[in-house]
Design a binder for this molecule. Structure first.
Ligand SMILES: NC(=O)c1ccc[n+]([C@@H]2O[C@H](COP(=O)([O-])OP(=O)(O)OC[C@H]3O[C@@H](n4cnc5c(N)ncnc54)[C@H](OP(=O)(O)O)[C@@H]3O)[C@@H](O)[C@H]2O)c1
Length: 239
């Protein structure tokens, strides 16, 4: 078991990549703290983890609410005493549209979920990781956070900013033995609404399990190796 004894907070754990990562990390011996807004999906996930004989608990939280994120982290410390890994997986495109059709509220919601939520969670865990003198923070970046594409400009802007935030943090936190990786993923066969690609394209995309394996790898690097950024793409599609 590659993560035995480690405590991992995973945001966005109710579906998609976060869900697959929670399952995999629990199988690898981590105690998983699963966070997202949909309580019943988190409870289902924790029941599955327990059924397989592994450890996990759910703490519902909206990452756009700094109070809820702080509570998630403080509850984790109160119950488990440490935080070794933070996977910032909560996020999504939310809307595909020309720029003039995004409202103020939509712009803010996309930036809050994909960028500000990562800031809230990182800010909350870092004091504990500094105290431990160890930690791994992994952010779910995107290929469109490296190369903008039409009609998802708020999401693209958020993921570009996330890449910068990750790079800055990687340098800032390295002296404390805390390592930050931005995983720059191509298209994943997860909940792709509102894009809704057809079934034949879906089959050629990254799977959520592929991405979970990449996240496991960056959380179990040899002590001499660091990975500030990890691009991962579907083998046969440039999306
Ligand atoms: N799908 C892709 O092609 C792709 C490509 C590159 C990067 N990514 C990134 O990968 C990450 C995971 O996405 P996915 O593809 O697995 O999509 P997904 O299945 O839609 O998962 C998104 C997760 O984020 C959670 N979430 C959304 N808003 C939240 C909020 N305000 N507070 C807490 N949790 C919130 C959702 O849970 P609740 O609704 O229960 O809150 C859900 O668990 C995202 O950051 C996404 O941008 C995806």
């Amino acid at each position: 078991m590659k993560l035995k004894g480690r405590v991992a907070i995973i945001t966005g754990a109710s579906s998609g990549v976060g869900y697959a990562t929670a399952r995999l990390f629990a199988r690898e011996g981590a105690t998983v703290v699963a966070a997202a807004r949909r309580r019943e999906l988190l409870e289902h996930l924790i029941a599955e983890i327990a059924y397989e004989g592994h450890q996990g608990l759910s703490i519902p939280a909206d990452v756009t609410d700094s109070g809820q994120v702080q509570h998630l982290v403080e509850q984790t410390i109160a119950l488990l005493g440490r935080i070794d890994i933070l996977i910032n997986c909560a996020g999504g495109v939310m809307k595909i549209s020309p720029v003039e059709q995004f409202s103020d509220a939509e712009w803010r919601a996309i930036l809050d979920t994909n960028l500000t939520g990562v800031f809230y969670a990182t800010r909350a865990v870092v004091p504990y990781m500094k105290r431990q003198h160890s930690g791994t923070i992994v952010n779910l970046g995107s290929r469109v956070g490296k190369m903008g594409i039409a009609n998802i400009s708020p999401f693209s802007a958020a993921k570009f900013a996330l890449a910068g935030f990750s790079q800055s943090l990687a340098q800032e936190l390295r002296p404390y033995n805390i390592f930050v990786t931005n995983v720059v993923a191509g298209m994943i066969n997860a909940d792709l609404a509102p894009l809704n690609p057809d079934e034949s394209l879906r089959r050629r995309l990254l799977t959520t399990e592929d991405v979970a394996q990449a996240l496991l790898w960056v959380c179990t690097l040899p002590p001499s190796l660091r990975v500030d950024e990890l691009p991962i793409m579907p083998r046969h599609v440039d999306l």
